[in-house]
Design a protein around this ligand. Structure first.
Ligand code: HEM
Length: 152
């Protein structure tokens, strides 16, 4: 719970209160300034066993709506070729910078990804961040639904 420390000078706070104060400050910074703890993991739960799985690939199914909730520096998912990637840990490592990926946070990034002309090693690196796939009816590149890339 959020606690107010009034006008007390920091040196007068008990150690526990000091830790709480520091935690609140970091929390505030992460929300307002985009600061993120590099060791923090995203909300991703790889072993989300209740989740519906895609029969063919065995991947967890995430809807466009669900993916859209992962649109921050602390929790960044993108969609490439109908597959869902958690790139939170990759943002700072991306050779092209984090901003270009953040522009697509929570959304489909296929066209931009393709336009850059990523190398084969870049394509291979994708596997590491794969967490799921869109439901068939929302797939554009691989689905059997009405929405296909060649009919757009
Ligand atoms: C998980 C997803 C991604 C991976 C694994 C990835 C990987 C890489 C790698 C390895 C490179 C170095 C050049 C190469 O080997 O091709 C690179 C460069 C780059 N990437 Fe990505 N990338 C990803 C997503 C994106 C997205 C969504 C964009 C959106 C525009 C993007 C834009 C760029 C740009 C602009 C460069 C710099 C190209 C250059 O300077 O020549 N990347 N990326």
């Amino acid at each position: 719970m959020k606690q107010s420390y009034g006008r007390l000078p920091l040196y007068m706070l008990q150690p526990k209160a000091l830790i709480n104060f520091a935690a609140q400050t970091i929390d505030f910074a992460s929300q307002t300034l985009g600061y993120r703890d590099p060791s923090a993991t995203s909300n991703l739960t790889r072993s989300d066993s209740d989740r519906e799985k895609d029969e063919q690939s065995g991947l967890d199914i995430y809807s466009l709506n669900e993916v859209s909730e992962h649109d921050s520096y602390n929790d960044c998912w993108i969609i490439l070729y109908d597959k869902v990637f958690d790139v939170t840990q990759f943002l700072l490592e991306h050779p092209g910078g984090e901003d270009v990926i953040m522009e697509h946070a929570g959304r489909d990034a296929t066209i931009s990804f393709r336009t850059v002309g990523h190398s084969v090693p870049a394509l291979q690196a994708l596997d590491e961040y794969l967490v799921g796939i869109l439901p068939d009816c929302e797939r554009v590149y691989t689905g059997s639904g009405p929405c296909q890339w060649n009919t757009l």
